[in-house]
Design a protein around this ligand. Sequence first.
Ligand SMILES: NC(=O)c1ccc[n+]([C@@H]2O[C@H](COP(=O)([O-])OP(=O)(O)OC[C@H]3O[C@@H](n4cnc5c(N)ncnc54)[C@H](O)[C@@H]3O)[C@@H](O)[C@H]2O)c1
Ligand SMILES: [Zn+2]
Ligand SMILES: [Zn+2]
Length: 388
Amino acid sequence: MSMRAVVYKGPKEVAVEEVEEPELQHPNDVLIDITTSCICGSDLHMYEGRTAAEEGIVFGHENMGVVTEVGDGVSTLEEGDRVVAPFNVACGFCQNCENGYTGFCTNVNPGFAGGAYGYVAMGPYKGGQAEKLRIPYADFNALKLPEGDEHEDAFALLADIFPTGWHGTELANLRPGESVAIFGAGPVGLMAAYSAKIKGASEIYSVDRVPSRLELAEEHCDATAINFEEGDPVEQIKDAHGGEVDKGVDAVGYQAIDPETDPGSDAYDPARENPAVVLNQLIQVVRPTGQLGIPGLYVPSDPGAPDEMAAQGRLGIDFGKLFEKGQKLGTGQCNVKSYNRELRDLIIQGRADPSWVVSHRVNLDEAPEMYEAFDKREEGVTKVLLEP
Ligand SMILES: NC(=O)c1ccc[n+]([C@@H]2O[C@H](COP(=O)([O-])OP(=O)(O)OC[C@H]3O[C@@H](n4cnc5c(N)ncnc54)[C@H](O)[C@@H]3O)[C@@H](O)[C@H]2O)c1
Ligand SMILES: [Zn+2]
Ligand SMILES: [Zn+2]
C-alpha cells in the first residue's frame, strides 16, 4: 500500500510522492492517520542543503492525528484516539528519558543522543508530512487530546514550537518580572515571546527583520519590536530598556543573517550569514550573571558554512566577555515531553492559544510552494500547516 508524502529531492526541492505506508513494527507502536503536520524552520536547514540530509527523506517532525492501528503491547491508547506526538522519539526508560531529557534519549537512535521523525541523523523514523505515521513507544510518545477537531491548529503546535519556545525561556531561567531579549521572530521566537508573556516577563524585546513577524510579536506577546536592519539591535534594546536585560533567547540558530553590512547600502545582502552574531549580541545585551537560552539550532558540520571553522561547527564566540559577565547558558533540542501536557491544558482551559502564529493551512499537495515561500521568510508566511 502506498500514500502521499513530502520527499526531499535535493537543495531547495521537495516533491509530493507516493511512498510505502508505515506498518506496525513493534508491539508498542501505533499508526495514526495524520490530520495536521507542520513545516518547521528546522526543515529549512535540510531543505537548503545545509545538513547531511540525503535525497529520499520523508520530512515532517511535527505531527498529530487519529490512531488507526494499535500494537499488542500498547496499554493506554486505542483506535480513534486523537493524539499529538513530540518531535522527539524517546523510549521513556533510558537515563536521560528518566530525568526528563527526552530530546537526548540514548535508545532510539544508537550511537547518538536523541531521535526525531523525518530528520537527518535522528534515526530511521519516517516523517509525518504524509497521510500516515508510525509512532514508536506509543504509550510514552503520544499525548492524548480531546476528541473532535477543536483547537486543531493550537494542538498541532504542541509537537514542537510551543514547547520549544517555552524551552527557550526555561533554558534562560526566565522568572516573572524579568526583562528578556528574544532574537528571531520566526515561529520559535514568537512562541518564546508568547511564553515569556505567559510567565509574566516585565519587558519583552523581539528582534527580526520581517515586519509581519515583528507585528505578531507586538500584537500577541506585548513585545517591543526591534528591526535589526534599522540599527544595531543591542544598542536599540539598551536605549529602549535603559541598559542590559536580565535574560536572552536565541531563536535564530546558525543560519543567522549578519546585520553588520549596512542595510541601507547596495552591498547589503540578507543572505550573508554569520553563525556567531546572535550569540555575541546576546552576550552583549544580557546583564552580568544573566542567562541565555539557546533553542536555535547549531550543528557540528555545515556543508554551506561561510568559512572553514564554521563548517565544523566552530564559532567565534566572545567567551571572554561571557566569562567576565558570569553569564550562564543553556542549549539543545527541546524535551517536548517535559512541557506538552501542561501546555495542552493551558489551551484546553483557554489560558493560552498559540494558534495566532499559524498563517497557512493548506493541502499536503501544496507543500512544494509553501516550502519555497516559508524559506524566503516572505511577508505573512509564518507557520504553515499541512493536511493530507
Ligand atoms: N531546539 C529545538 O528543539 C528546536 C526546535 C525547533 C526549531 N529549532 C530551531 O529554531 C530556529 C528557528 O526556527 P523557526 O521555526 O522559528 O524558523 P525561522 O528560521 O523562520 O526563524 C528564524 C528567524 O530569525 C530571523 N533572523 C535571521 N537572522 C537574524 C538575526 N541576526 N537577528 C535576529 N533575527 C534573525 C529570521 O528573519 C527568521 O524570522 C531554527 O534554527 C530551528 O532549527 C530548534
Ligand atoms: Zn520543528
Ligand atoms: Zn530514552
